[in-house]
Design a protein around this ligand. Structure first.
Ligand code: UDX
Length: 459
């Protein structure tokens, strides 16, 4: 069968995989191929056990795979055979040299650009899908169009706004899709080609076109604003704990102001995930580069408050367990950076686990989807840490439970049973404010939530 378009995606991760699966599902007339250098990952995409957990993804992949969705390691062929190439390789924060800890590490992107250059035999549209610092597209164009007689490349920015755990829903009915390009005739034509893909299922008014810099910067700014809301509410949560105010009541009261809105106002142990910190630090780095010190400090403080919130949570456990957790069993309920994902990147649980292990606690970690990643993330620690599928077993013999991920599962547990199996006095630190604190207190727990006064059975 002849396909109308041949789409390639380089990078089969949390963004590339689900995005291409939804495109293939919604556009049976396109052939969509996803390539990655990681053979295991491709094997998993071709199996019944996909490499990432995302509600609804199995069904989408099952419908399209083998029909017009293909996963492969054949990068060169993929490049040759495609008209449009999405690049969705990782751009982690740089760990070395200039801009270490802030700037994005672009080595994978550049390597990919050079592979495209080596293998392309005809005109290609290159779609920037990873989060990249503003102005990367220009560098890419320069690399790609370096060979004077080679084929032409047009670089388009199409930032991803999907959130993990709701990726399929976010892709199927996005608030908006952003497509940026140069404003030259070729640039605009390339932009239209990408718009056409989404127009198969997204209404036109939700597809926003802009210049390439606006598109790149919008992605960083959206994440910085979202993270800023969490840091703002978390900073107020500390004040609530000292006074008689209750953070959820405050959040509700301000969230009903239509100018503020109700989303992203849930106080927590801190935000995690692969994007927020990375994108904000990127923004900070860019501002510094342009000599905008004040702007850089302003956004940097969003990350600092988040670190402070994580630190505060650990300190709170320590001080309430009579200033020592050495040798005490502490159960961590949840390790993923949020519910409905197995992803643990930048999860506040990592910081909390390390902090408690430094204090020589005996940790038991439970999580319905993230135990594999948790093991890998903590592989280097030489503390006493074990992993347990069953939350009841995890809590057995523990002095304290710390809830770190808002899995629904944890709301419905039998806390009377858990209380009986724990060491007395038993403590719960609800880092996600998802439990019924009054009820837990009545069962006998000493309860510490985020942003409200503790419920203690002793002074
Ligand atoms: C985010 C953006 O939402 C998405 O648009 C972007 O493309 C990638 O980054 P993601 O990292 O998957 O997505 O998760 P998100 O739902 O934004 O949550 C980020 C963190 O903030 C999580 O740790 C979450 O638990 C925390 N959070 C979120 C809060 O602590 N309180 C809230 O009110 C909301």
């Amino acid at each position: 069968m002849e396909f109308e378009k041949d789409i390639l995606c380089i990078g089969a991760g949390y963004v590339g995989g689900p995005t291409m699966a939804v495109i293939a599902d919604r556009c049976p007339h396109y052939r969509v191929t996803v390539v990655d250098i990681d053979e295991d990952r491709i094997r998993a995409w071709n199996s019944d056990r996909l490499p990432i957990y995302e509600p609804g993804l199995d069904e989408v992949v099952a419908r399209a795979r083998g029909r017009n969705l293909f996963f492969s390691t054949a990068l060169e062929d993929g490049i040759r055979n495609s008209d449009i190439i999405f690049v969705s390789v990782n751009t982690p924060t740089k760990t070395f040299g200039q801009g270490a800890g802030r700037a994005a590490d672009l080595q994978y992107w550049e390597k990919t650009a050079r592979q495209i250059l080596r293998n392309a035999e005809s005109h290609k549209i290159i779609v920037e899908k990873s989060t990249l610092p503003v102005r990367t597209a220009a560098a890419m164009e320069r690399i790609l169009n370096a060979a004077p007689d080679g084929p032409r490349f047009d670089v388009v920015s199409n930032p991803e706004f999907l959130a993990e755990g709701t990726a399929v829903r976010d892709l199927e009915s996005p608030d908006r899709v952003l497509v940026g390009s140069r404003e030259t005739p070729e640039g605009v034509q390339a932009r239209k080609a990408v718009v056409e893909i989404y127009a198969n299922w997204v209404s036109r008014e939700r597809i926003l076109e802009s210049n390439i810099w606006s598109s790149e910067l919008s992605k960083l700014t959206a994440n910085a604003f979202l993270a800023q809301r969490i840091s703002s509410i978390n900073s107020i949560s500390a004040l609530c704990e000292k006074t008689n105010a209750v953070i959820d009541e405050v959040a509700y009261a301000i969230g009903t102001d239509s100018r503020i809105g109700s989303k992203f106002l849930k106080a927590s142990v801190g935000f995690g995930g692969s994007c927020f910190k990375k994108d904000i630090l990127n923004l900070v780095y860019i501002c510094e580069n342009y000599g905008l010190e004040e702007v850089a400090r302003y956004w940097e403080s969003v990350v600092r408050i988040n670190e402070w919130q994580e630190k505060r949570f650990v300190r709170n456990i320590l001080s309430n367990l009579f200033d020592t957790v050495a040798g005490k069993r502490v159960a961590l309920f949840g390790f993923a950076f949020k519910a409905n994902t197995g992803d643990t990147r930048e999860s506040p649980a990592i910081y909390v686990a390390r902090g408690l292990l430094e204090e020589r606690a005996r940790l038991v970690i439970t999580d319905p989807k993230a135990l594999g990643n948790a093991r890998a993330v903590l592989a280097d620690v030489d503390g006493n840490v074990s992993f347990e599928e069953d939350p009841y077993k995890a809590a057995e013999g523990a002095h304290a439970i710390a809830v770190l991920t808002e899995w629904d599962l944890y709301r419905g547990l039998d806390y009377e049973r858990i209380y009986r199996s724990m060491v007395s006095p038993a403590f719960i630190f609800d880092g996600r404010n998802i439990l019924d604190h009054q009820k837990l207190y009545e069962i006998g727990f000493n309860v510490f939530a985020i942003g409200k006064a503790p419920l203690k059975h002793f002074k």
